[in-house]
Design a binder for this molecule. Sequence first.
Ligand SMILES: *Cc1c(COP(=O)(O)O)cnc(C)c1O
Length: 395
Amino acid sequence: MTDKNRYADFSFATRAVREGQVRTNEGEHSEAIFPTSSYVFSSAAEAAARFSGEQPGNIYSRFTNPTVRTFEERLASLEAAECCVATASGMSAITATILGLLKTGDHIVSSRSIFGTTTMLLNNIVAKLGIETSFVELSDIDAWEQAIRPETRLLFLETPSNPLTELVDIAALAEVAHRHDCLLAVDNCFCTPALQQPILLGADIVIHSATKYIDGQGRCIGGAVCGTQDVVGEGVYGFLRSAGPSMSPFNAWVFLKGLETLKIRMKAHSASALELAIWLEQQPEVKRVYYPGLPSHPQHELAKKQQSDFGGLLSFELNGGKAEGWKLIDETQLLSITANLGDAKSTITHPATTTHGRLTPEQRTEAGISDGLIRVAVGLEDIDDIKADLLRGMR
Ligand SMILES: *Cc1c(COP(=O)(O)O)cnc(C)c1O
């Protein structure tokens, strides 16, 4: 029914444009959208064979949908994964990974520097089911190993972290995970497979919020989980088809078109972010810039080793505090004041009073989120216009 991996021998950019498409008899050039909730069988016997699993094929779009499958096969190819399942959101991709693979009594070790809602999911919902999480410092491999218990099943992280762009050596951590019989899951939202392929570095599972760079223009909510047929195709998919957070074919279509331009967009985001980071370091009002592409970044060498570029996300600390931070943000005319990222439109946020606003001042200090910290997700506008927009409120 599909010719999966037809482009396996081609390079990344070609697979991003071509992999996964199956043309209908209409001969459409662009991928078709299949907005259908169910599929018709030619006979009662065929229906029975599909339901029993004897005959492969579509039954119902909570299980499979051709547009969603095109997206899944394309992303699996780009992440060097055997298998990918699409989900309704990035959060449901994380939920499906945990609930599909873990049970009561199991234990998770997670980086402390993860998406705020993921922390809430682990502490408030996953914990209620008797699955406990220990949080460790992202870059400290020894701390990860010390936190592992006999019942630990999963290590979970994002690299680089948001907003301070801290990294962990994925290959080194994968070795620790496997020595203790644990799965390593990487939320690859910020780099995307265009810049970093965690599975090639030894990770078992790659999680995405497709909402961000995979969409690339801030239109749809979606997610995905990539890994082996056994872990993702059985374990995670088993949860999805029964629990139900599947991706709509419309969103899958937007995301699979996003994959076609992912590599050139990530290159452009990275080039602009690097130029902005270098420029910010030269401004007298700026105390410190956090960007893995800067030679001043403490993990610059690791970033060069495990990423092919440095991404669109940076943050910087002003000499002042909250008043100066808010002034800079409020005087922008171009940048969008919004927490989203991975958009063609540049976005600016004040982490201390938004994404990290629920932390106590002590927790914020421990996490390195000062009142003068500003995060910018650099978009695709002209870089000189972005600099001018930031300069307006800086002086
Ligand atoms: C946004 C985000 C998520 C959650 O994704 P949604 O699509 O909003 O559910 C998870 N992880 C990271 C790193 C994110 O930035």
